[in-house]
Design a protein around this ligand. Sequence first.
Ligand code: TYD
Length: 149
Amino acid sequence: MSTDFHAKSSTQDCRLIELERFGSLEGTLSVVENGAASPLGYDVSRVFYIFDTPAEASRGGHSHLMDYQTLVALSGSFDVLLDDGSGSEPRRVCLNRPNLGLLIPPGIWRTMENFSAGSVCMALAKNPYDEAEYVRDYDEFLRLTASKR
Ligand code: TYD
């Protein structure tokens, strides 16, 4: 599997995406669809969500060789720490609105922390689950991004 993304990735490539809101007195609806109208720039083949997360938990702690993922705080809030291996201070993004997505391309080490009570994190992934495309060892991540330092 290609490691190209790790050699080139930058935290500046992680994008906040404002999802359109359809509001009424009865509540608000946001939508993500595939195809030309996709706000993400890729088609979603997998949705997963994380809930019941204790405030002190740290989740994530990995990068992807291939997968693009967009994270949304469907409820509550949490922080995402983004690290491209360049040695710069990680970029911290707070997700706290259900119509705000954070698109994370491959090659970025992400960690999630500071979960509020009742928070729900939804991830919209480009690819089906494949454990082989995860980098879960930070030393390996540093090896894959060594050319940036
Ligand atoms: P993991 O990636 O370790 O979660 P996080 O990085 O947020 O802490 O995933 C937890 C478990 O769920 C792990 O055993 C793999 C499994 N899993 C799937 O089976 N399919 C999936 O699409 C995902 C994202 C995880």
